[in-house]
Design a protein around this ligand. Structure first.
Ligand code: FE2
Length: 265
């Protein structure tokens, strides 16, 4: 079984490069399950229901998010428009599972592919240098007690490499893949851990790389040089789609292989 995970889609440049590459990558690698982190799809800040629909139209089965999940408030109504046991598109947009209790949306989705294969996608957010999250390690453990699928992918949206590496070891042998998002820079440490969990500290942004993690570089540089705050705008130049391709045994959920993908124009 092949799983494609596409890193944080950033702004119009990110959407454009994903539109350009997703179809042929899914086809040439015979991808069964496609998961996209879309939390920066709307100009770098959040995702609207319309943009979520766009990513589903391109082939996403599940969309994950992170710290920018609530930036576009209309997403809240979209998430609330379906019940927990729904398989409709709004139910397949996840927010981190370890946010404060009672918030809209869900952090786990269990689904079934057309061929009957079951899978689960979990979205968690880190605590190091990030706010508003509960312990992701214990949250992962509690979630795994309830998940029935063998094929399980975790999008761990976190800032610190140490926290992500630790999560990889924490879940080795218990999930198919632990993939990091949020830093927008792909790391060259993809591997299958001894227990059969595919791991990469950060899959990297799908967006404009002539930027500072997606934002127009002059605006960020100006903030570093002067200390003055200013409005950030999404950059557009040099877009790349970053993704991880995972092969796994559908019966056990163990990963055989993980491959890093970076495709430009
Ligand atoms: Fe993020």
């Amino acid at each position: 079984m092949k799983i494609l995970f596409v890193g944080d889609v950033f702004g119009s440049a990110g959407r454009k490069i994903v539109r350009e590459h997703l179809g042929h990558v899914r086809e040439s690698h015979k991808v069964d399950l496609t998961v996209i982190n879309g939390e920066n799809a709307a100009g770098g800040f959040g995702i609207t229901p319309g943009l979520a629909e766009e990513l589903f139209d391109l082939g996403a089965d599940v969309i994950t998010t992170g710290n920018h999940v609530w930036d576009k408030r209309e997403l809240i109504e979209y998430m609330k428009s379906v019940p927990a046991d729904s398989h409709e598109r709004p139910r397949r947009v996840l927010r981190p599972a370890n946010l404060q209790h009672g918030l809209p949306g869900y952090g786990v989705y269990e689904g079934r592919l057309a061929d009957g294969q079951t899978y689960a996608v979990i979205n968690l957010m880190g605590r190091v240098f990030m706010n508003g999250t509960n312990d992701p390690f214990h949250a992962a453990g509690r979630i795994l007690e309830t998940v029935k699928a063998k094929v399980i992918l975790l999008d761990f949206h976190a800032e610190a490499t140490s926290e992500k590496v630790a999560m990889g070891w924490h879940l080795d042998g218990r999930v198919t893949a632990v993939l990091g998002t949020h830093t927008h820079i792909p790391t060259a440490d993809e591997r299958v851990l001894p227990g059969g969990t595919a791991y990469q500290t950060d899959v990297g942004m799908s967006g404009p790389y002539d930027s500072v993690i997606g934002v127009e570089k002059e605006l960020v540089l100006n903030r570093f040089l002067t200390g003055m705050s200013g409005k950030f705008e999404a950059a557009t130049a040099n877009p790349k789609m970053c993704a991880a391709l995972i092969s796994c045994d559908p019966l056990t959920g163990k990963a055989h292989r993980i491959q890093r993908i970076m495709l430009g124009e």
